[in-house]
Design a protein around this ligand. Structure first.
Ligand SMILES: Cc1cc2nc3c(=O)[nH]c(=O)nc-3n(C[C@H](O)[C@H](O)[C@H](O)COP(=O)(O)OP(=O)(O)OC[C@H]3O[C@@H](n4cnc5c(N)ncnc54)[C@H](O)[C@@H]3O)c2cc1C
Length: 307
């Protein structure tokens, strides 16, 4: 299948294609084995053509944005990885509605909104993901979340249909939306914003940025919070109280600064991170009978190839 896929993708008009591409180059953790084919489409027609080929030939596929919530296992990803980042990132503002293509950094969308005196996305200025990833994950911070400001998203379904889906149908919940259940791809999203005081928004963002700098290991490779917060408590607190801050496996470490972050000290493998994830789950369960669920998405196959 791999050879057939290669020869078809080489000839197809789907954007740049990178074969056997290390996913460590496409994740903020700097971890992950090779993708059989990583495709960077630059237009809606290229995205839909690619989805059509995926459907026609039954290739496995995965969509990624900025790779800031992604653990790719060391054996890499079989089939096609569709990457939507700077290659698909136009932005438009009409009145109080901001529309951005899925690859746009949500930080950039938020900062553009603030420049235009539009409020609603300030909470996202510290989230290093794409608009598509933020919708899929219902990314949130400081009491705000993407699901509250989304007006609609244009979604490409695996059967080739593209539909405009409104907020209600997107079914947002804590770090979740129906996009995951559908196994679909977000093409673009529109956000309903409100006129706001630019200076007040800038002050608020500065305060939050400072707080993040003090409490998160931002100079090290990570994927942000590894676990979801269990109802009524914080994953970081439980991991810290279990005495795991600073614990290392290989070159991965539970951050001494923020216990819900696992940092790559240089050359960590997915297996190192997975061992730490398991350790945190076991210890927190043993001590507090609380089950920690990963927030990060774990994809790909086991293996030793690293990358
Ligand atoms: C330092 C740091 C701080 C962070 N802080 C926060 C925070 O405060 N709040 C928060 O919520 N998150 C935070 N995160 C996590 C992460 O930035 C968010 O989850 C973000 O929304 C992920 O976007 P992404 O483009 O990187 O997605 P990826 O990591 O590329 O993918 C994540 C998931 O989304 C899917 N996906 C990506 N693009 C699309 C698309 N176009 N269509 C359909 N599915 C798609 C992928 O298949 C995967 O399942 C942080 C991460 C880091 C590294």
């Amino acid at each position: 299948m791999k050879e057939q896929m290669r020869s078809i993708l080489k000839r197809a008009d789907v954007g740049r294609v990178l074969f056997d591409e290390p996913m460590s180059r496409h994740t903020t953790w700097r971890i992950g084995g090779p993708a059989d084919a990583l495709v960077l489409p630059e237009s809606e027609s290229q995205i839909l053509r690619l989805m059509g080929l995926i459907g026609e030939y039954g290739w496995p596929w995965t969509v990624v944005g900025r790779g800031s919530n992604l653990l790719v296992r060391d054996g890499g990803i079989r089939g096609v990885v569709v990457k939507l980042a700077d290659n698909w990132a136009a932005l438009d503002i009409e009145g109080t509605v901001l529309t951005a293509e899925a690859g746009r950094l949500i930080v950039s969308a938020a900062n553009t909104a603030i420049r235009h005196g539009l409020s609603g996305l300030e909470f996202a200025t510290g989230i290093p993901g794409s608009v598509g990833g933020a919708v899929r994950m219902n990314a949130g911070a400081h009491g705000g979340e993407v699901g509250r400001v989304v007006l609609f998203a244009d979604v490409a379904f695996p059967d080739g249909r593209v539909r405009r889906v409104d907020r209600e149908e997107l079914g947002f919940a804590y770090r979740r939306s129906r996009v995951g259940e559908w196994g679909a791809l977000v093409l673009r999203a529109a956000f309903q914003l409100t006129p706001g005081d630019r200076e007040a928004m800038i002050r608020q963002v500065k305060e939050w940025t400072q707080r993040r700098r003090q409490t998160q290991p931002l100079s090290q490779a990570s994927a942000g919070s590894v676990f979801q917060n269990p109802p009524g408590t914080h994953a970081a607190r439980l991991i810290e109280e279990a005495g795991l801050k600073g614990r290392r496996v290989g070159a991965a470490q539970i951050s001494p600064r923020h216990a819900n972050f696992i940092v790559n000290l240089g050359g960590a493998t997915a297996r190192d991170v997975l061992e730490l994830i398991q350790l945190a789950q076991e210890e927190v369960w043993r001590r507090f009978a609380v089950r920690l669920e990963p927030e990060v998405k774990i994809v790909g196959e086991d293996g030793e190839t690293g990358g």
